[in-house]
Design a protein around this ligand. Structure first.
Ligand SMILES: NC(=O)c1ccc[n+]([C@@H]2O[C@H](COP(=O)([O-])OP(=O)(O)OC[C@H]3O[C@@H](n4cnc5c(N)ncnc54)[C@H](O)[C@@H]3O)[C@@H](O)[C@H]2O)c1
Length: 255
């Protein structure tokens, strides 16, 4: 079903750990070569382990998605070392919790800069690389159910706004690029047990239980729950899916 992914080159931002690494692993299982881009020091080790586990070529690059001056060179390096990329997963992201009236402007800007502007800049660098080579591609942005619901009890206006921006960016780029061979879609996870959320729940079990209790499926998402969706959206199996943000939340947003 997803044979077209065999031998493709995928770039995954925020790929050093968490949901990004899980989605990178799913693409590697489909025989993609994978470049992980991350500001985290573990990115090289994550790429090496992934390559060893799946027997595909991998590359771990220390890269900041907000650094527009560096991103073209990063994609140049991916192309030189692995080949022309045709899949991009934008998973780099941060959350910041603060009462809105107390949130320092710098914290607001950081969230918007990484989650929204960083997603745009990485899509832009990918598209420049692919279009210049007359290639084709599929982009999967990582949005969130927070794009259209307000999570409780935590206060996270900047995060919610950034993800709403990611959804509209996804639709805008999808319309702009689809005729030129680049499809753009997004996944919108509900609460998932990544490293980040696991640490938080361990420290705040009551909040974690509150989240779980609101999920009709009766549990929080496991990173592996995302694998099928990202593979589908990356591959030609979804060739007529354009500009969608696919919710994957165990039913949280239905009730
Ligand atoms: N975990 C959840 O419940 C959940 C739910 C919905 C959406 N998401 C989204 O999924 C994505 C991954 O989240 P996660 O839970 O795996 O978090 P995580 O913190 O485990 O992983 C995020 C990764 O992004 C990297 N990163 C941060 N800033 C960066 C930058 N400027 N440039 C490059 N890399 C950067 C981090 O170093 C980290 O490796 C995020 O976009 C997040 O908003 C997560």
């Amino acid at each position: 079903m997803f044979e077209d992914l065999d031998g493709k080159v995928a770039v995954v931002t925020g790929g050093a750990r968490g949901l990004g690494l899980e989605m990178a692993d799913a693409l590697a299982e489909m025989r993609c070569a994978v470049a992980l881009l991350d500001v985290g020091d573990g990115v090289g080790a994550s790429a090496d382990e992934l390559g060893e586990r799946r027997g595909v070529r991998t590359l771990g690059l220390h890269a900041d998605v907000t650094d527009d001056a560096a991103l073209d060179a990063v994609f140049g390096r991916v192309t030189d070392e692995l080949g022309l990329p045709s899949v991009l997963v934008n998973a780099a992201g941060v959350a910041a919790w603060s009462e809105a009236e107390a949130m320092p402007a710098a914290d607001w800007r950081r969230v918007i800069d990484i989650n929204l502007t960083g997603t745009f800049l990485t899509c832009q660098a990918f598209a420049r690389t692919v279009l210049a080579a007359e290639g084709a591609g599929s982009i999967v942005n990582v949005s969130s159910m927070s794009a259209f619901v307000v999570n409780v009890p935590q206060r996270q206006a900047a995060y919610n706004a950034s993800k709403a921006g990611v959804d509209q960016l996804t639709r805008s780029l999808a319309v702009e690029w689809v005729e030129r061979g680049i499809r753009v879609n997004a996944v919108s996870p509900g609460y998932f047990l990544s490293e980040m959320t696991r640490q938080f729940i361990d420290a705040n079990p009551e909040t974690g239980e509150g989240w779980r209790a609101r999920v009709p499926a009766g549990r929080l998402g496991e990173p592996r729950d995302l694998r099928g969706l990202v593979v589908f959206l990356a591959s030609d199996a979804s060739r007529y899916v354009v500009g969608e943000s696919v919710v994957i939340d165990g039913g949280y947003t239905l009730v």
